[in-house]
Design a protein. Structure first.
Length: 114
């Protein structure tokens, strides 16, 4: 059974950092494409970061390039989203997504505010 569980969200001041975790069970993160999405109040869910299944290629939405990094730990079967220099417009619920299984986690709230 595929399961994705996010954690690591919280309240942070502008300019701060957070690291989100997505603990995966049911498949190996090392062999599958994984993504992070976010959804702000009143807005559509948007793709934030993507890691391909082959070659380790990554891609990011323009608004987070240079600030966010997606990575995976094969030993812990976990996908991470390191978020630096956070801005108020990054406030959203962040979701982990397994592309081939079309499976979502429950989401974790990130709030950037002074």
């Amino acid at each position: 059974q595929v399961q994705l569980v996010e954690s690591g969200g919280g309240l942070v001041q502008p300019g701060g950092s957070l690291r989100l975790s997505c603990a995966v069970s049911g498949f190996s993160v090392s062999s599958q494409a994984m993504s992070w999405y976010r959804q702000a109040p009143g807005k559509e869910r948007e793709l934030v970061a993507h890691a391909s299944s082959v070659g380790g290629d990554t891609d990011y939405v323009d608004s987070v390039k240079g600030r966010f990094t997606i990575s995976r730990d094969r030993a812990k079967n976990t996908v991470y989203l390191q978020m630096n220099n956070l801005k108020p417009e990054d406030t959203a619920v962040y979701y982990c997504y397994a592309v081939v299984y079309n499976s979502w986690g429950q989401g974790t709230q990130v709030t950037v505010s002074s």
